[in-house]
Design a protein around this ligand. Structure first.
Ligand code: FMN
Length: 250
């Protein structure tokens, strides 16, 4: 290995990126008095545009919501959905979705799942095709997430804080929200990106350590959780890590 030379990384640029990555903190209420101008929304979505995607299909659409009445209707939907989930006893710790209507930056993310046919699929309805279809959907979702994450980091780089809201995947939600935004039936509204200046100081949430997520060469079984471990985590830890400062999680 004597002929291997060392690459000199650009640590200053890495640190600049990491400053943005570390300080992207979810905020769930924004100062409605501090506007996000159109140019800033374009700067944010310019980052979304450059994301990688399976087969370079770029199966995403961003709908910028500016009308306060539409923001309110969408927030109403989420508040109602949170009530439904509570009635269904899902026991999911729900935030206050009224915060959505305070977001000056409000972007609805739509995915075009018809693009699964751009990935390796058989399209013959066979059982084998179902397996390929499932993987194709994962490729598509990863692609849209890559693009959305780029937008979130761009917003954080500008100094805004962000909120990634997915509590809408279901079919009836799609039916209620599509007409509000003129979204065609064959597109799926998969999440909302809200951003702006936070109403309260944001805080850092608990993150796993590097050894807990990185495995060198082989999977480290110390990182493996049984289903019982996961159920205990959901019961005892989830609510703490979702809404608390990492410094206050015991
Ligand atoms: C795919 C995805 C879906 C999320 N869905 C919601 C959501 O529906 N409602 C919500 O309040 N937060 C949602 N969040 C925000 C997470 O709760 C938040 O990212 C997590 O608690 C970690 O906090 P941090 O973003 O400050 O690091 C979502 C985040 C991601 C990446």
């Amino acid at each position: 290995m004597d002929d291997v030379t060392q690459f000199t990384p650009n640590l200053a640029r890495y640190e600049a990126l990491m400053d943005v990555v570390r300080n992207r903190l979810t905020s769930r209420a924004f100062r409605p008095d501090v506007a996000v101008p159109r140019e800033h929304i374009e700067l944010v979505l310019e980052a979304a545009r450059h994301a990688p995607s399976g087969a370079n299909a770029q199966p995403w659409h961003y709908i910028v919501v500016t009308d306060p009445a539409v923001k309110k209707s969408i927030a109403d939907y989420f508040v109602a959905e949170a009530t439904n989930r509570a009635k269904l006893k899902m026991k999911f710790p729900t935030p206050n979705y009224r915060g959505l209507e305070t977001a000056p930056g409000f972007v609805v993310v739509a995915a075009d799942f018809r693009f699964v046919r751009a990935f390796p699929v058989l399209l013959d309805g066979s059982d084998l095709d179902k397996k390929y279809q499932q993987n194709a959907e994962r490729i598509l979702l990863q692609s849209v997430a890559a693009s959305t994450m780029s937008a979130h980091l761009a917003a954080a780089a500008l100094g805004y804080q962000v909120w990634w809201v997915t509590a809408i995947g279901q079919d009836d939600a799609q039916k209620s929200l599509r007409p509000l935004l003129g979204v065609p039936d064959d597109l799926a509204i998969i999440d909302i990106m809200a951003f702006g200046v936070p109403a309260k100081p944001p805080y850092k949430r608990w993150k796993k350590t590097l050894p807990q997520i990185v495995n060198w060469g082989r999977f480290d079984m110390r990182n493996y959780m049984t289903i019982e471990d996961i159920e205990a985590w959901v019961r005892e830890t989830r609510h703490k890590v979702m809404y608390r400062d990492e410094a206050k999680v015991d």
